[in-house]
Each structure stands twice: as C-alpha cells, then as structure tokens.
Design a protein around this ligand. Structure first.
Ligand SMILES: Nc1ncnc2c1ncn2[C@@H]1O[C@H](COP(=O)(O)OP(=O)(O)OP(=O)(O)O)[C@@H](O)[C@H]1O
Length: 360
C-alpha cells in the first residue's frame, strides 16, 4: 500500500532520513519509533508530501506520490497530530466536517457523517456544538481522529496523537483506537517515542536511530524475540520476556490438561489422579466449570472433595494476556493458572514452566 523505495531526506548537511526502504501493508498499523531527531516525523510527512524526498520514491498503491497533485494525494490521507491541530474557532462538528465541506458534500450528508463519526470515536452527540477549549484533552484527541477519518481516507498518518494527554487517558485512547482500527482497517503510519505504545499499537514497528537510520522493521513479537542489534535491544528496554507475554493471550496457548476431579470424587481417588499428573493440586470441576482447587496432602481422612475445604480456583480466561497468567501463577500457592474459555468452561492449566518453554 505504501512503499518507501530508497528514500532519503536531507536538510543541508543534516540527514533526516537515510536510504529508507520499507513497505506498509494495506490495513496495517506501522509504528515509527526512536529517539528524538531520528526522522520519524519527517518520514511520516513524506507520505503526504508535506516533506519532499531528496532521493528515492514513495509509492502509494504502486504509483509515485510525486506524480499526483498534492491536493488529490492528501484527499486520500487523513492526518492527526497532537490536540493543537484542531481549529479553535470551529465547533466540534465544524472541525469534523472540515474535509467533507472542502469536498463540497451537501449539508445532510455532512451532518449524518458527523453523527456517525462522533459515535464511532465515542463522543457524546451533545458535544457537537462545543469549541475545542470546552473539551478535555482526551475528547479533543477523539475530535482529531474523527476529523481525519471524515472523508474515509484509505491512509491515516498519526503523529504522536496521544502524546499530550495523561497516562490514564492515553491508555483509554489507545484501547479505543485499537477497537476502532479493527472496525475501519485503515493503513496507518503512527509516530511515537514511547516503545510501550508502539508495542501495543503496531502490527509492525520501525525502530529508527539518530541520523535517520532504520535499524529494524518487524512485528512486535519478532522484535522482542530477536532484536537485530544492541541498539534495538536497548531501545526495547528491560523485561522483553514479560512484554512478549503481554502480546499474547491465554487462548493462544494450548494449556496442559491438569488434574481435575468432580466434587463427588473420593479423596483417595483424587490422590491417584493427582499423582498420575505429577501434582499435589486438584482442580474441582463441576458442570465443566472450575469450582475450586485443593491441595490433597493437606486433606486428612477420606470423604469426597465436595466436603473438603477448597480454595477459589486461580482462573484466567482465554482473552487474558499470558502476562496476566504469569502474574496469577506467581501469586497463588498452587503455582498454576486455571484456564477457562470465553464461557467460563475449564480448558486446562498453565504453569511457569509452560510459559518459559513458550518464550524459548
Ligand atoms: N524543516 C527542517 N529544516 C531543517 N532541519 C530539519 C527540518 N525538519 C527536521 N529537521 C531535522 O531533521 C532531523 C529529523 O527530524 P524529525 O522531526 O523527523 O525527527 P523526529 O524523530 O520526529 O524527532 P522528535 O521525536 O524530536 O519529534 C532532526 O535533526 C531535525 O532537526
């Protein structure tokens, strides 16, 4: 969809982008990340020709961006910057309607589109007549995204779009953006200097170094598993293993069967089941759902499991991250996480050893 073909940009003796070749696939989010001055914003602006290359070509859907008139090119490209980008003298509705008005849409079509977009980005309709200064930082950011989406461009360029809001609002906007992107599937180039944001938002991440050098362009999973060099490894920061676990869900990993028994099972029989599975812990499963967990060596005498004092099963469900599973494993006595599917049915157990094998 977007191809950088040996692109360089020089300002006098400063090389902002150095011989860059990379592809951004249709419907994917490519995040550009790296230290200050490494050429992220310049790279982004090369796409809509706010900056023109010194050498090389940028192809959009196979055709050279330089061969199109800029106004035509930009019609197909939404652009979102930090909240300062809104027109202060225009209402929320007016801001969102900017591009449709330029394109000469009729009033009804514009009004319908504004309503649709406000719903899409999670803005109350009653905010339509407010001005930017009457909104919170997070709300302003949503208006910026809605404005960029207004004419349904195939490409979105986002330059630190969540940079100016506090960490809690930022996290919410990131979550909303992911939900939105799953729906609209735009081809997005996204600039940030925050590696955690990059890992969370990107289908692919381009890590740049000063001097406009692209060090590695890969999926978050592969970057974390196989950083190309020490610069990339340092930039990814501590706890690469934990970050990898955060990217994957419990549902991605087939659990081990674990030792299970029903509440009516006798303690002796449960001991046998546990011994066969090489554990001292049995998950009590009733009607396919985990009801508790019990340590057999602590049970005196016979009887059934249903009559024994049991603890709550340390459960994680399919949508939880593997990092959450690890947290669960590390903070309960049994040293395991009981996995359920989306409907709460028992699927098996995960252990620290299983996660360790997975990371290797
Ligand atoms: N218009 C310009 N004229 C001269 N030099 C420029 C211009 N724009 C950018 N540069 C230089 O090009 C380099 C890359 O700048 P760019 O803004 O792309 O970096 P960045 O990675 O986005 O930085 P930051 O994270 O600080 O925003 C920097 O050294 C910058 O000073």
């Amino acid at each position: 969809m977007i191809t950088f073909d040996s692109v360089s940009k020089q300002y006098g003796s400063t090389v902002a982008v150095r011989d860059l070749s990379m592809d951004v696939a249709e419907g994917e989010v490519a995040v550009l990340v790296g230290p200050s001055g490494c050429g992220k914003t310049t790279t982004l602006r090369l796409v809509n020709r706010m900056v023109e290359p010194t050498a090389g070509r940028i192809l959009i859907d196979g055709s050279d961006a330089m061969s199109q008139p800029t106004h035509e090119l930009r019609r197909g490209i939404g652009y979102v910057i930090q909240q300062t980008g809104l027109f202060q003298h225009r209402t929320v509705a007016g801001n969102i309607a900017t591009v449709p008005q330029l394109l000469g849409w009729d009033k009804d079509r514009i009004a319908a589109r504004v309503d649709e977009l406000m719903d899409l980005v999670g803005l109350e309709r009653e905010m339509a007549q407010r001005y930017p200064h009457q909104l919170s930082g997070g709300q302003r950011q949503r208006v910026g995204v809605a404005r960029a989406l207004a004419a349904d461009p195939a490409i979105m360029l986002m330059d630190e779009p969540f940079g100016a809001v506090d960490p809690i609002v930022r996290e919410r906007l990131q979550d909303e953006f992911r939900r939105l992107q799953a729906e609209v599937r735009k081809t997005i180039v996204f600039v940030t200097h925050d590696i955690d944001e990059a890992i969370k938002m990107g289908d692919r991440i381009a890590i740049f170094n000063v001097g406009g050098v692209l060090e590695q362009y890969d999926t978050p999973e592969r970057l974390l598993a196989e950083p190309a060099n020490s610069f990339v490894a340092d930039f990814l920061g501590e706890e690469r293993g934990l970050k990898r676990l955060a990217l994957r869900t419990v549902g991605d990993l087939p659990p081990e069967p674990g030792a299970t028994a029903s509440p009516g099972t006798g303690v002796d029989e449960a001991r046998h089941v546990a011994a066969t599975a090489g554990t001292d812990w049995v998950v009590i499963v009733d009607d396919e759902r985990p009801h508790g967990i019990v340590r057999l060596s602590e049970l005196n005498g016979a009887g059934t499991l249903g009559a024994a004092p049991t603890g709550r099963a340390p459960t994680v469900s399919a949508a939880d991250s593997l990092r959450r599973a690890l947290e669960t494993i590390m903070t309960n006595e049994a040293g395991l996480a009981v996995c359920t599917d989306g409907d709460g049915r028992y699927r098996g157990v995960l252990t620290a050893e299983r996660l360790r094998r997975e990371l290797r």
